[in-house]
Unconditional design. Sequence first.
Lengths: 264, 243
Amino acid sequence: MNGTSHKGFLPYQPVREIFKEIGAIASFSTTVTRQLFKRPLELPELLRQSYYLGYKALPLVLITGFILGMVLTIQMRPLLVDFGAESELPGLVTISIVREIGPVIIALICAGKIASGIGAELGSMRVTEQIDAMEVSGTNPLKFLVATRVLSTTFMVPLLVIVADFISLIGSYTAMNIHSNISLSLYLSLSFDDLTFLDVIPATVKTVVFGFIIGIVGSYKGYHAEMGTESVGIAANSAVVTASLSIFVIDLLAVQITDLISIL
Amino acid sequence: MEKLIEIQDLRKSFAGREVLKGIDLTLKRGENVVLLGRSGIGKTVLIKCIVGLVIPDSGIIKVFGENIKGLNGEGFNELRKKVGFLFQGGAVYDSMTVRENLEFPVRRNLMIKKNQGEIEEMVKKALGNVGLLDAIDKMPSELSGGMRKRLGLARTLILNPEIILYDEPTTGLDPITSKEIIELILKIQEKYNTSSIIITHDMHCIRSTANQILLIKNGIIYAEGTLSDFMNSQDKEIKSYFS
């Protein structure tokens, strides 16, 4: 078989590049995952990263969550009022937020804030040879820099989503009280009445995967930044784009899997 | 004299372009070897191969008589304790203070178990050697280019390496700071009996430090000799550096 026929299988350079990138990220993920089980555990760095990547993203996530709950309630309310089903509003909003909107929107926010931050930081460390210097100092940069960041995002993104979901409900409650007078206890009772484990568990598992993807994509882009300051910007930018796209693809797969489970 | 580094027929390509086409190099104890050559010719790649930051395509690199090809991660860590590397821009960790930059290699070296007091002493001694004791609690962003390079040098020195690889130690510095760095290199060599490979284009640095000079051209060693050999050479290429 000659080169021409091989190229004929995937005729477009961009398509080939996408598959190459997916393969490279998968291979990088395997290498990093292996590092997670090696000593030293790098606990201080893990905690430091959790603080910087998780806690520092909290204000943004809280504001987004609150607005999300409010907007969703304000938009849905007139429709449900027309059908005389206003009492269903808390349940509907809660299921929408917990199942889908909360995890995806917050993951996208984290992709924008955290993945770009990791991409830019590691990219800048690569360009200024700090990663090489670390290696020369007897430190495994994949373990110290990458594995700690990936583990942090894997833990912190689900926590941020849980907090954001709760704040969204507060936002929704606030929006409901603009037009009607409903107590918080009644609102929460109506909200959680329709919620089942099949809503909560898959959504939480999904956010763990989102967190891993945000960490791994940001790290991959930064760690493999080429020399030159321009590459730092490219690393940060492509980290956001790739992580966001990956979140949508994983979400699509997760929805299909959840759907199959609910049928079974 | 004992051979600390021996390189034979080293080859390295990047994306199909052969950068190093069979380099031979020897560094003896107490000696300073200067690498000369145009930018992008592969000088940094060569010294990065010595510490395993770049994996060569073929050839033999022996450091302290041991072929580095057979080394695993732990073996490289042991080697890197004895071979210091000063990066072109200093490569100081931006997120750490000057003190933390120096503590980092000490703490990370699992073989060195020291208490905080001992580490503090090592840090102060290393900073004292490069005249940066006053900046101990500063962030790298508060330091000048020369200070960053000196910090990089202090970090290299803190583990008392027997060999130091300098990647353009005076590039981008003003003449006075360059002179200070060169004096520092000589002082370190005298004090700790280190051997060095120095990549530089700075004639003052070459004149002050070189025991042996290697000129790399087209991926091979084009010329080799002492400073006086190079100064008296009639070769056009060599003359272009020393005129």
